[in-house]
Design a protein around this ligand. Sequence first.
Ligand code: RIB
Ligand code: CA
Length: 306
Amino acid sequence: MTKKSIIIDTDPGIDDAVALAIALFSDELDVRLITTVNGNVNLEKVTYNTLRLLQFFDKEVPVAKGAEKPLIAEPVDASNVHGETGMDGYIFEEPDNSLLLDEHAVNAMYKEIMNSNEKITLVPIGPLTNIALLLKLYPEVKENINEIVLMGGSTGRGNVSVMAEFNIYADPEAAKIVFLSGLPIVMAGLDVGLKALVYPEDSELLKDMNDTGNMIYHLFKKYRGGSFNKGLKMYDSCAIAYLLKPDLFETVDTFVDIELNGELTKGTTVVDLKGYLNQESNAKVCLDINGAEFKKWFMESIKKCK
Ligand code: RIB
Ligand code: CA
């Protein structure tokens, strides 16, 4: 079976760390490049976290640093959810920086995409700043991009403001560029992320499963994306789950735009389920997920890790 070639754009981030583990140890995915973006914590920290994770996983994937702030919006931060380091809870070894490329993430993505013999799937699981810059600077990449499978947005309420989800809220202008790019988009938003839950009994199983499970267990003790006792939200793993097990999801093809001007609603993904805006569909939106089957898949995926 040919592996799906992907580039992951990320802001680790505890749920990013879990999604990266699943992707890197999957025998169906070829992670060609990991790019980092200011998001949960600042660019230096998310890049350092990415390198620490690759060292922990013993995986040699090139890393390229991207945008240190949003296109226009003021940087936001989610250290209240992920801790000051962005990955509080586990003491990783110091990474060597040999995997860190000198070039900017956008240029690294451009080269990887244009030199690839098969189309690349982009998997952004943080704010969309790097992806927007890529599409604006090098529109020709579109010919060799299969689709964009992203974690972000919501058909309903938000998790960082009344109506906005963090990744979109953090850089709404970038999100608008991506959603209106004409590329096929899969949006795995809060509608599924809030139901992709890991419970205490699961975390206890992870603790003794393997090195990765034990590391994740310790990160989960500090993760504030939900509550350890009522269920921790595996937002970013939903994007990886869509790539590997799409039948977990109920989806609809519809039109999505991003609110940029609302005083109270900036960063909202306006998902036009009833066609009021008379626009062609530009995204496959995940409306629901089979939570029990997700959990089974999640635990089996971590079992495949080191
Ligand atoms: O809203 C959830 C998203 O914001 C996830 O990607 C999480 O890592 C944070 O970046
Ligand atoms: Ca993330």
